[in-house]
Design a protein around this ligand. Structure first.
Ligand code: GLA
Length: 727
């Protein structure tokens, strides 16, 4: 069993990682160890002696406790006000108006499997896949009971965390901050890796040493955001893509978040992850409970690559759910970059006819099919078919597409409302707003108040009406602006700090209702491209539009960055037109295909305008992707290189028999010699190149590498090399 508890010591052991903690004589829960798995043993606090305090400046424990001071001890869930001057994981105000909390051990329980978190997305596990420990801590004066929930996976190097706060006292308690995950480490050996970006340039990896004092990766945008992703890694200074220690932390949430690190004077590290406290408060009346979202901790001793592969496996098997989890996704064509708002049924059918001829499986009708939406100035909220564009309605379009052998997908942006819409004219209160302050538009739209049940009900009614009016197999769920003037007409002034989180609970509830009503539906997440690419959305949407930047060369970095935490199958990637609409770059059709085949594959251009040669290329790509899809979905992914002169990546099928290696030259130099060294193969096994027939040993491919020179790759050229293990 992965969880052992004896003599006040808790040992958690996943496949590959261990976490140890102990209750002190005075009832404090101190952290002893997190890292590579340790053999089961009789560890005690004495084996992990805490750093002594500096007596002249640090308050000491009021009673003898095996630790000198909470100011230097490693804590499992640090609180404010007792002499631990590092950032605290929780802040709450009780009747006396102070923020001091003294959480002491109360009881614990251990049970098989993993509990759900009410109303929130989370990883899941069967009873024989994981075990859960709940430790209850209590602050006597307020009666606040804080339960730390740890789930340890048997087959993944993963421990998940969440927290429950229950008001067991007689008076209301106001939570001002409540993190999902706190981790103290005794020594600073780490670089912080995180993913920053902006619209159309999401998830660029950045690696920087931790500094004394604090660092913060966060979003206050009401979305996990383009600018910072709710993921970080702490990696040993020496660690590389394949060697050394890397610990990854992902937040299963799609709204505002905060990940904070602190290095204290003794070089001890604290990492905290949770809801962003900037615009958060939550009143807990006696008898009420608050549940935090989940934080996921992954441990790897095989560098960043090992960490990513562990995330990919966990998310692919224990987060994504529903019928599409284990199925190849349809190869689609989306009409956005083909037509923007300028389409009608005939135009869509003409694209559909070309798609069907070329073997593409689904047509997705993007923005512009509803209300009077000929540009982005109006109609969000008016989810009624525009009969000027689709005179015979959705059913007619869907029937005609299905007759051609195509599935049909449709775009929604449910959470938004245009000031110029019938919905806004009828319900101005349904937008997030603050009375007495003008609302700031963005892309001519406001955000609906998803914390309201009537708003959720309206959206469910409109969406289910549309989805049952015709055969629609897929929904692209968009979200194109960030929050401002966050206020809800239904909550009193002292509860306005709850709006952002209640919004997320409302969004998740609507997503769940839609999926329950339409269980076969494939949802694709989207937020102005990849502005909400997070583990929270993946629980509902097994694929997410990676970026509005469809330029294949830009996508090299965006997709590799995304792969730090998220499986390739979750990244929607399309071949788009040239010159590229975002960058103006011209890239060979073949390269665009190779890059898009690194994720869930499709097209985003006017297929009717392709040359015969391009059409033949599409047919080849479609046939090839059918072969690759299971490998991409289940295989082990390796980032091989990403430099201005070469980007390369590789997937090895789960059974190790198939290898797909792709390389693109973003910018050719006259001397352009590259050997791509593969990974994850068997040294002694032989692998046959499926194009040339050449046979290589695994050792040769991994140590000498494949010489790319004979491929004569010129500027922006790419090559995909497929190998099969010779039995
Ligand atoms: C966002 C999406 C695009 C497209 C447009 C439609 O920007 O990311 O793919 O759907 O909205 O308005």
């Amino acid at each position: 069993m992965p969880i052992f508890a004896y003599d006040n010591l808790f040992q958690l052991r996943s496949s590959g990682s261990s976490l140890l903690m102990q209750v002190t004589p005075a009832g404090r829960l101190v952290h002893l160890y997190y890292g590579h798995s340790l053999p089961e043993g009789d560890y005690t606090l004495a084996d992990f002696p805490p750093t002594p305090s500096q007596p002249s400046i640090s308050p000491n424990s009021p009673e003898p406790d095996g630790i000198d001071s909470v100011g230097t001890a490693l804590s499992e869930y640090p609180t404010f006000g007792l002499g631990d001057f590092r950032p605290s994981a929780i802040q709450a105000v009780g009747e006396d108006g102070t923020r001091v909390l003294d959480l002491r051990y109360h009881c614990h329980k251990i049970y098989p499997g993993k509990p759900r978190i009410p109303g929130l997305p989370a990883t899941y596990a069967a009873d024989d896949e994981a075990e859960t420990l709940e430790i209850e801590l209590m602050d006597d004066p307020t009666g606040l009971i804080v339960t730390l929930v740890y789930t340890v996976f048997e087959n993944h190097p993963v421990i998940t965390r969440s927290v429950k706060a229950f008001n067991g006292g007689q008076k209301p308690i106001k939570l001002l901050r409540i993190d999902s995950l706190a981790l103290d480490l005794p020594e600073n050996r780490y670089d912080l890796v995180h993913l920053w970006g902006c619209w159309a340039m999401e998830r660029t990896p950045e690696r920087t040493p931790l500094i004394h004092g604090g660092m913060k990766i966060s979003s206050t945008r009401g979305a996990s955001s383009h600018t910072h992703n709710p993921f970080v890694a702490l990696v040993d200074h020496e660690a590389t893509e394949e060697y050394g220690e890397a610990m990854g932390f992902a937040f299963v949430y799609s709204g505002s978040f905060q990940i904070q690190t602190e290095v204290d004077f003794a070089g001890q590290v604290r990492l905290l992850m949770g809801l962003n406290p900037d615009n958060f408060s939550w009143t807990l009346n006696p008898g009420e409970q608050f549940n935090t979202p989940e934080g996921v901790m992954v441990y790897s001793d095989q560098g960043l690559g090992g960490m990513s592969r562990a995330f990919h496996k966990l998310f692919s098997h224990n987060l994504i759910r529903g019928p599409w989890r284990d199925k190849d996704r349809p190869i689609l064509v989306n009409n956005w970059e083909a037509t923007y708002f300028n389409f009608n049924e005939e135009k869509l059918l003409s694209i559909g006819r070309s798609a069907a001829e070329l073997g593409i499986e689904m047509l997705v009708m993007d923005d512009g099919w509803f209300g009077k939406r000929d540009d982005d100035h109006s109609s969000l909220g008016d989810w009624f078919v525009d009969h000027h564009k689709l005179p015979e309605g959705l059913k007619s379009l869907s029937d005609k597409l299905h007759e051609m052998g195509l599935k049909m997908g449709i775009w929604f942006e449910p959470e938004m409302i245009s000031p110029d819409s019938d919905l806004y004219r009828a319900h101005p209160d349904w937008a997030l707003h603050i009375p007495g302050r003008p609302n700031s538009p963005s892309r001519w739209q406001y955000v609906l108040d998803m914390s309201r049940q009537d708003v959720q009900d309206y959206l469910f009614e409109r969406m289910s009406d549309i989805l049952s009016s015709a055969k629609i197999e897929y929904v692209k769920w968009d979200f194109n602006r960030n929050f401002s003037e966050v206020g809800s007409a239904l909550l009193p002034p002292d509860r306005q700090g709850e709006v952002e989180h209640r919004y997320m609970l409302g969004l998740y509830s609507l997503l769940e209702r839609i999926l329950t009503a339409f269980p076969e539906l494939l949802l694709e997440g989207c937020a102005g491209g990849g502005g909400r690419f997070d583990a929270g959305m993946l629980y509902y949407a097994p694929q997410i539009w990676t970026s509005d930047d469809t330029d294949a060369i830009e996508r090299l970095t965006i997709q590799q960055g995304t792969s730090y935490c998220y499986p390739p199958s979750t990244m929607s990637a399309h071949v788009s037109a040239c010159p590229n609409h975002q960058t103006g770059r011209v890239t060979p059709f073949k390269t665009r295909g190779i890059v898009a085949m690194g994720g869930s594959f499709g097209y985003e251009l006017d297929l009717t305008k392709l040359s015969d040669e391009e059409k033949e290329e599409v047919k080849r790509q479609v046939a090839l992707y059918h072969e690759l899809a299971p490998v991409i979905r289940n295989g082990d992914y390796y980032r091989l290189e990403n430099s201005p002169t070469l980007a390369a990546w590789e997937t090895v099928s789960a059974d190790g028999t198939e290898v797909v290696a792709s390389a693109v030259v973003p910018m050719a130099r006259i001397v352009n010699t590259h050997f791509v060294r593969l990974r994850g193969l068997e040294e002694e096994a032989s692998y046959r190149d499926m194009d040339s027939g050449k046979v290589y040993s695994g050792g040769m491919l991994m140590h000498a590498g494949i010489n790319l020179t004979p491929y004569r790759l010129r500027d922006r050229d790419g090559v995909m090399i497929r190998l099969k293990k010779v039995e």
